[in-house]
Design a protein around this ligand. Sequence first.
Ligand code: SAM
Ligand code: SF4
Length: 317
Amino acid sequence: MEDTYGRRVDYLRLSVTERCNLRCRYCMPEDGICKKRREEMLTEEEMVMAVKAAASLGISKLRITGGEPLVKRNILSICDHVSKVEGIREVCITTNGILLPRLAKPLREAGVRRVNISLDTLNPQKYFYITRRDHFGSALAGIQSALDAGFEQVKINSVLIRGFNDDEIQKLAELTLRSPVDVRFIELMPMNRGDELEQRAMVKNEVVLDRLPQLRKINGDGGVAQLYRLPGAKGNIGLISPVSHQFCSQCSRIRLTADGKIKPCLHSNAEYNIKGLKYEEVAAQFRNAIMGKPEGHGGLGVRCPSGAGRNMNEIGG
Ligand code: SAM
Ligand code: SF4
């Protein structure tokens, strides 16, 4: 369906939980989150109904996210059901990868076609610092399990942070030489509550181009990422610049939070509730949300935090 600015909205990010087995400093507070009551959260049936309603309005691409989607007890059943919804052409998942050694194959069998794995560093001590948890080995094993499970595409997402991992740009990019993975560098976004990192630490994607002069621009559908490639690489490098180059004019997304709020824009606190509603009402809320999608959001930066009103784990990225 087209929104009021002529953008075709065909992509839904479905957050299945706010909980997580990591505590990334840019995403979640150390003490975790104040758990909402079970009755406030969408049930599996409500999630599947929401996906059906969204698909009836032209949503064809679905990304399962969180929190950490793989800590959700019924994640395989959710994936299996949503991948069978008429009109949904592809189901992808974004995960920190820790539980992939156990779940990669079952997820593939449940209809998930592509997987994005978040990994900001190749150094175990730095991993412990940024995630506040000691799961580096499991995350690496998770990437290998994803490759072995035969997903159509495996992407690694790295949020770049000055003084933390900007010295690893080359090493992270070189993962594309060894394995058929894409590596995507994401600018740090100023979420307003749980994040601990100074927005001054955001590394503009231009820095990646300076550090890797051998990168060649390529054409292809990278979604919001600009695509490049190292000579001889098996995968692409994607640059995602939500702060330095906003992509609102091409935004095709809406989001559904685990507590049943449709968010037409990541950086706006406008939300449309669907918790407890019937199918027709849910479809009407999706329509309202798409038509209510703002033209864009204000600039993001040191003095301009996101207007999202939630931490990233409560939205889904
Ligand atoms: N737990 C899963 C994971 O980490 O992949 C899925 C949810 S996580 C919120 C989705 C994505 O958002 C991750 O790639 C994460 O790095 C990114 N993210 C979280 N907070 C961010 C921030 N402040 N700026 C940029 N990206 C952020
Ligand atoms: Fe958890 Fe993902 Fe947020 Fe890290 S980025 S705390 S893994 S939800």
